[in-house]
Design a protein around this ligand. Structure first.
Ligand code: R5P
Length: 288
């Protein structure tokens, strides 16, 4: 059985159909003071999958805690979390004394709730596997980069990633798109201040696509786009897995010269062009 919250109904229905699961709703009521009450189906099978994409994560993590604990009480013995977008993975070290290492804390907490986790393009910069962040039996990190690359095949002549961390995604996307790729170097001095330096490559007249895992404020991608056009490229587009797009992110990228912005459906947005449903369904079917 696949359990889902109302706001993820369309993805849940498609995923359940593709993975051969039955879909069931988790009803959610918000009390006037903001607390949540959940209602799950009265009896659950032994194996249950909970779908929750973790953009806008703070409240969703509380919902997930309630859902996972209730599911166990209602009969689930093996619980798998499908989080197409997995939050809190970027704070993977204490960059200043006293900072909480969110990746380790949230990852450890999810491991207490679930037996398995399936996610897409998690931000695993300083570690090599998802299992190091979420120590569960089965931790699967899928990648949508080849799907993004395939969607752009024939329409671009270079792909760039904004920083060293983006290398796996940009190289995989470029292999699928059939074009060369390289990464820039990036310096972020605050949430909204980002500078990038382009790699050694002649971009004159090229149609460049900038590939990254996440677009949040859009500052990273806007900085790369501005440099790419200044270097003589004829067009710059952007492809990301997770379109978080907070505040004026889209407008910032457009003002920097980005023409086309595409994303996957891990976070619902008008730019979603690539479905991750079949990718996740296959992963669920391969679960032991
Ligand atoms: C960080 O290292 C990520 O890969 C993204 O580059 C970053 O999260 C994008 O953030 P923003 O859109 O706020 O610049």
């Amino acid at each position: 059985m696949l359990l889902h919250f109302d706001d993820e109904h369309p993805y849940a229905v498609r995923l359940a159909a593709a993975a051969g699961l039955s879909a069931a709703r988790i009803e959610q009521h918000r009390f006037p003071d903001g607390e949540l009450k959940l209602r799950l189906p009265a009896r659950l099978p032994a194996r249950v999958v909970v779908l929750r994409s973790l953009h806008q994560p703070n409240e969703k993590l509380v919902g997930l805690l309630l859902a996972a604990r209730a599911a166990r009480e209602l009969g689930a013995r093996e619980l798998t979390l499908v989080a197409p977008y997995l939050a809190y993975m970027r704070q993977d070290a204490a960059f200043a004394t006293g900072e909480a290492v969110s990746q380790r804390i949230v990852g450890g907490w999810l491991a207490q709730l679930f037996d398995g986790v399936v996610t897409i393009d998690p931000h695993l910069h300083r570690i090599s596997s998802l299992r190091e962040a979420i120590p569960v039996e089965v931790a699967q990190a899928l990648s949508a980069a080849p799907l993004l690359g395939a969607a752009l095949r024939g329409s671009c002549t270079w792909m760039l990633g904004p920083d060293a961390e983006s290398a796996p995604w940009v190289h995989a996307a470029a292999a699928a798109a059939g074009c060369p790729s390289a990464v820039c170097s990036k310096q972020r001095s605050s949430d909204l201040d980002v500078e990038v330096t382009l790699p050694e490559a002649d971009l004159t007249g090229h149609h460049v696509v900038v590939v990254d895992d996440i677009a949040s404020t859009g500052r990273t991608l806007a900085a790369v786009a501005g440099q790419v056009l200044a270097a003589g490229a004829r067009r710059v587009d952007v492809a990301v897995t997770h379109a978080l797009l907070v505040g004026d992110a889209e407008a910032t990228m457009r003002s920097a010269g980005v023409e086309l912005f595409i994303s996957t459906d891990t976070v619902p947005h008008a730019s979603n062009r690539v479905s991750t449903v079949a990718l996740v369904a296959k992963a669920l079917q391969r679960l032991p």
